[in-house]
Write a protein that binds this ligand. Structure first.
Ligand code: ACO
Ligand code: KIV
Length: 513
């Protein structure tokens, strides 16, 4: 068995999916889950691109232990400096810089406006510059699959001479076909001087639905590392999906003598966590993690599965951490049942956190007949990310209808301090936001508002994610409730609390300044 390194770029390329942006805390939470999952490398972001990106890479680098943490940089000095600043506190063998420049004719001519010689010169100069700060340097020739092969060989040779320890071959626009991509990897393996000393990585996009097939072809032709994202999220049609690539190796080990360090039983919990964080729900028929993949609808299939499961299932739900038991939680469930359910998803909580989850679970079970697994994920991530002890929504009332002006009244409390206000709005959500603004005396601008059901059915909870602009900075908030107006208000107050804490207007342990 040959061990393939898994380079996870959910937090960098994955985050480039429209709508997938994550807060710093969310990236840290996701990174800890990726560490548990067993990825070898975590690309945490592109530090130069914004202060939030910079901080996120720094925080991920201090939160995880085992994986190598990677920061992206163009062949530009300030990008490399920013990556170094973000990663410098991490041990040298646990930090990596990923330096890239495009090499294809179309990118050279129209985007970079550089001749071949200038590109080679940049590779030499900036991989060399990066090497002063990093032992581990990955170099990517962006759009490699559309680059003339002799020039690509020259580019990688230059990078290795300058100190690259991994060379990455991106199929940036998802254009390659599996046989030609496999052939390209073989050609590079045989033609790039010094390649035997470095890792040979691939980074495939899914524009034609071939990202996983191309990555597999690359491995069969000598690639030692594969770059992936959870749920296949990423720029445009996304990247090679971690769960698909890893499960292909596991299910078809009869033909594929490769292994990874992934604990496959954590795949589903990790996928669900990402869905909760980003709000990007995989399609129902998405391989491995989609809702339908272990459901059998037609009679002949049901008959077959009942007689012998393997007639229609090539893997077990438990292989990827999906619960196959039918333990339905509700208001009569106790701590044992809750603990058991969490365990089936690989969720381990300390006693204090478990108590908090149990309290929220019983509150919810009083309001909702059945508590679905998705509700539990929601509660767990809410409890895990609850360091903020700011204003709480104590009471609210809304009046709404199609023949009256919607109005809302709120009572907010922090420590012993109470604030109350009432306002009218275009709808109940608008009214409650205005009442909160009035109570707190601030005027945020709502930049983004997303609402979705947690799980299925008429009594599903509503989850709201929103972003506010306050003093020209962005703050995100999240709220979950069986009542969507309440979920909206909780998310709104959550974002305002983050602002108040950031500005020193609210102490972290509660109480207004
Ligand atoms: C294939 C990929 O996924 S690459 C990663 C993509 N990710 C991102 O772009 C993250 C978000 N990006 C950003 O925040 C910004 O684009 C920044 C901060 C990186 C750069 O912003 P700006 O300085 O305003 O430049 P802008 O994005 O408009 O243009 C990119 C510039 O970088 C140049 N460039 C692009 N790639 C490279 C490279 N690898 N090495 C050197 N220069 C490069 C472009 O030619 C262009 O230069 P020009 O201004 O001289 O024409
Ligand atoms: C930076 C590189 C690896 C990239 O994301 C791409 O080419 O798609």
């Amino acid at each position: 068995m040959r061990r393939i390194k898994i380079f996870d770029t959910t937090l960098r390329d994955g985050e480039q999916s429209p709508g997938a942006s994550m807060s710093i805390e969310e990236k840290v939470e996701m990174a800890l889950m990726l560490e548990d999952l067993g990825v070898d490398l975590i690309e945490a972001g592109f530090p130069v691109s914004s202060p939030v990106q910079f901080e996120a890479v720094k925080r991920v680098a201090s939160a995880v232990q085992k994986p190598i943490v990677v920061g992206l940089a163009r062949c530009v000095e300030k990008d490399i400096d920013a990556a170094y600043e973000a990663l410098k506190d991490r041990p040298k063998d646990k930090r990596m810089i990923h330096v890239f420049i495009a090499t294809s004719p179309i990118h050279r001519k129209y985007k970079l406006r550089m001749e071949k010689e200038e590109i080679l010169e940049r590779i030499r100069r900036y991989v060399g510059y990066a090497k002063q700060f990093f032992d581990l340097v990955e170099f990517s020739a962006e759009d490699a699959s559309r680059t003339e092969v002799p020039f690509l060989i020259e580019a990688y040779k230059t990078a290795i001479e300058a100190g690259a320890t991994t060379i990455n071959v991106p199929d940036t626009v998802g254009y390659a076909l599996p046989d030609e991509f496999g052939e390209l990897i073989k050609t590079l393996r045989e033609g790039v001087p010094g390649i035997e000393k470095v890792d040979l990585s691939v980074h495939c996009h899914n524009d034609l639905g071939l990202a996983v097939a191309n990555s597999l072809a690359a491995v069969q032709n000598g690639a030692t590392q594969v770059e992936v994202t959870l749920n296949g999220i990423g720029e445009r049609a996304g990247n090679c999906a971690l769960e698909e690539f890893v499960m292909i190796l596991k299910v078809r080990k009869d033909k594929l003598p490769y292994e990874t360090g992934i604990k496959t039983e954590l795949i589903y919990p990790a996928s669900r966590l990402l869905t909760h964080i980003t709000g990007l729900i995989p399609s129902r028929n998405k391989p491995i993690v989609g809702e339908n993949v272990f459901l059998h609808e037609s009679g002949i299939h049901q008959d077959g599965v009942l007689k012998h499961r393997e007639t229609y299932e090539i893997m077990k739900p438990s292989d990827i951490g999906r619960s196959s038991e039918t333990l339905v939680l509700g208001r009569h469930s106790g701590k044992h049942a809750l603990r058991k359910k969490l365990e089936t998803y690989g969720i381990k909580l300390d006693e204090e956190t478990f108590q908090k989850v149990f309290e929220k679970f019983t509150e919810l079970a009083d309001r909702k007949k059945e508590v679905y697994d998705d509700d539990l994920f929601s509660i767990v991530s809410e409890v895990l990310r609850e360091p903020i002890n700011g204003y709480k929504l104590v009471h609210f009332h809304v009046h709404t209808g199609n023949t009256l002006l919607p109005t809302a009244a709120v009572v907010l409390q922090v420590g012993n301090e109470k604030r109350e206000a009432a306002e009218a709005g275009n709808g109940p959500v608008d009214a409650i936001f205005k009442a909160i603004d009035k109570a707190l005396g601030i005027q945020p601008k709502l930049e983004e508002y997303i609402i979705q059901a947690v799980g299925t059915g008429k009594n599903a909870q509503g989850e709201v994610k929103l972003t506010l602009r306050i003093d020209n900075e962005l703050y995100s908030g999240r709220g979950v409730s069986t009542d969507i107006v309440e979920a909206s208000a909780i998310a709104y107050i959550n974002a305002i609390n983050k602002y108040l804490i950031a500005k020193g207007l609210l102490r972290k342990n509660g109480g207004a300044e």
